[in-house]
Design a protein around this ligand. Structure first.
Ligand code: ATP
Ligand code: MG
Length: 582
């Protein structure tokens, strides 16, 4: 089980982090030189020691310091923030890799939005802790210690101590405000994503909106969302507006102390005017580390919380994998399927959706499952694909328990046309050749012909290169089904499962497709799941499912003679057909 912590991150790129901190230290040293230059300059100026050459010398010095600062700043950004980006990239890849291994059941119980939030917000928070967080922490510590030491040792200890008193309040204020600002910022983000979700959903459902004449109400709904977004933004601005003045107030207090007490020291000539100028300048440099200290506490806290959440996902074990008993000698399947007293309920559900199913399908046969909606037909297909684990000795493929057949073999030897035929937003050709992008175009076209969708595709201006929109919106329902069918046929599977895959195809085309299947699937096993009798009446055997149980089995003619559910459904469909025809 992969689990992450910050130590792992820092060790992974420790050289880069160490170098980054070195660059940071160099910037700080250069920064700290500036007040010293000012101090010498002021003292020289006051003592009348400066001539033209001296001025030039100071100018060159300042330019050198500024150039060095710029260079080292560039380097620490590259080394620390750049490394945090590397970590972000690695972590995101690991997460995606891990998520791809999890079973469909996991995704069933997770909201896609939540997963996306983990992948963006949480990883972002971790990056901020490992990048800017490190910079702020290192910078704050180095700058604070160095500045205070310089003040104490080179100027005046009592003045330093007095001037420091108000500064910790800056840290406190920034911790507190950091939290509030973050909370409000999140609210802004939520409001904004709500707003964009509403708009997006509305645009995709625009036909429904228009059909129900809901435009006005939708506009009102949008305006409410938009107003909420605005109010939350204003709320955030107000907090920011308070934060800056408060920080200024406390650093102002420090300056007050210096002007009052330091000014006296200058008058009494305990310290020089140059010391005084340098002091003020150093003091100004302390505001930032004090703020940073406050921020960094929040950044680290948030990073940790996000890391915990990400670790929770990494702790999810894939449920479906090759068990130790897997027989790796199996590299292909003949196509025989056996169920022995198969009873199944979905994980975390009590009710059995399949009950005591026993049947045997010889390789090369065509079998069909018929049944009312919710009777468990699709579940059978999912179990055969091993989307879910069954108990031992319930499903056999070629007489081997499906639990011991290598998962790759199961998935490679079967092809499945799901009921909700999902197509990807790419070209039709890529959708059909999904199993292997290298498939030659001729094979893709052949599969399209077999699925009786070739002519439809060729009618599009871009033919097979037509890009499908979200969920294939440019295709009709029946066209989608047939593209999904072509995607399965091109695999030349040993076991083909069509889950209600011809429901949106007219009966003539359906007949044509079934004829094609007969040739293609001659020595292969075909499983037809359907509501329509016309789809499955020629099957070698038909099973009628009702509430998870097989209540009838046989060929079309015997089932009709039985006068059971099959017969009822058949009569009903005959009647419907007649009504349509008349
Ligand atoms: N992932 C799931 N988790 C829990 N229960 C599920 C899940 N999928 C399906 N079910 C339940 O299992 C039962 C059988 O569902 P299944 O999808 O197999 O029916 P079906 O026969 O294919 O129906 P349809 O003809 O409408 O496609 C239903 O009661 C359904 O609510
Ligand atoms: Mg179904």
């Amino acid at each position: 089980m992969q689990q992450y912590n910050f130590k792992y991150f820092f060790l992974k790129y420790k050289k880069r982090y160490l170098l980054g901190v070195v660059w940071l230290a160099l910037v700080d040293i250069l920064q700290l030189l500036i007040p010293q230059i000012l101090r010498l300059f002021t003292d020289d100026l006051q003592d009348g020691l400066l001539d033209g050459a001296g001025l030039v010398r100071y100018a060159v010095f300042i330019i050198l310091v500024a150039t060095g600062t710029a260079l080292f700043r560039f380097l620490w950004r590259l080394y620390i923030n750049g490394t945090a980006r590397k970590l972000e990239r690695d972590l995101r890849n690991d997460l995606y890799h891990h998520l791809q291994k999890l079973s469909p059941n996991y995704f069933q119980h997770q909201k896609t939005g939540d997963l996306m939030a983990h992948a963006t917000n949480d990883i972002n928070a971790i990056r901020r802790a490992t990048g800017p967080g490190v910079v702020m922490l290192a910078d704050a510590i180095m700058l604070t210690i160095a500045t205070i030491s310089i003040l104490i040792f080179t100027i005046d200890i009592r003045l330093t101590l007095m001037a420091l008193i108000p500064l910790p309040f800056i840290s406190l204020v920034s911790v507190r405000f950091g939290k509030i600002i973050h909370r409000k910022f999140k609210k802004v983000q939520e409001a904004f994503s709500d707003l964009s979700d509403k708009a997006q959903e509305n645009f995709s459902g625009i036909r429904v909106v228009k059909a129900f004449a809901r435009e006005k109400k939708e506009i009102a709904r949008f305006e409410t969302s938009n107003k909420e977004n605005f109010l939350r933004n204003v709320n955030l601005i107000k907090t920011w507006g308070l934060f800056r003045p408060l920080v200024r107030f406390f650093s102002g207090l420090s300056f007050l102390v210096v002007i009052w007490y330091g000014g006296r020291l200058v008058i009494l000539q305990t310290i020089s005017l140059g010391d005084f100028v340098a002091f003020i300048s150093y003091l100004g440099m302390l505001t930032w580390p004090m703020m940073a200290l406050g921020f960094v506490i929040n950044i680290i806290q948030r990073g940790r919380a996000s890391l915990d959440r990400i670790n929770e996902i990494f702790a999810e074990e894939p449920e479906i994998y090759n068990f130790p008993e897997t027989d790796y000698d199996i590299t292909e399947l003949e196509g025989k399927i056996t169920f022995e007293n198969l009873t199944f309920s979905y994980p975390k559900e009590e009710k059995a959706v399949l009950e005591d199913i026993s049947l045997s399908i010889e390789a090369g046969k065509t079998v069909a499952f018929l049944g009312r909606t919710g009777s468990g037909k699709s579940t059978i297909a999912r179990l055969l694909l091993r989307m879910y684990n069954t108990e031992p000795e319930q499903i056999f493929l070629d007489d081997t328990d499906i639990r011991h057949v290598p998962l790759e073999v199961v998935r490679q030897e079967m092809a499945y046309v799901p009921q909700d035929n999902f197509l990807f937003s790419t070209t039709i050709a890529e959708n059909i050749a999904f199993h292997d992008p290298e498939t030659p175009r001729a094979e893709i076209e052949q599969a399209a012909r077999e699925a009786c969708v070739y002519d439809n595709i060729m009618d599009f201006p871009h033919g097979f290169d037509t890009i499908l929109g979200e969920r294939g919106v440019t295709l009709s329902g029946g066209q989608q089904q047939r593209v999904a069918l072509a995607r399965a046929l091109i695999k030349r599977p040993k076991i083909l499962m069509l889950d209600d895959s011809l429901s949106a195809v007219d009966t003539k085309t359906e007949e044509k497709i079934l004829q094609n299947l007969e040739t293609i699937m001659k020595d292969r096993t075909t499983i037809l799941i359907a509501h329509r009798i016309s789809t499955l009446k020629n099957a070698d055997i038909i099973y009628v499912l009702d509430e998870g149980k097989i209540i009838e089995r046989g060929i079309h003619d015997t089932l009709l003679e039985n006068k059971g559910l099959y017969h009822d459904i058949y009569q009903k469909q005959l009647l419907e057909e007649k009504l349509e025809d008349s």
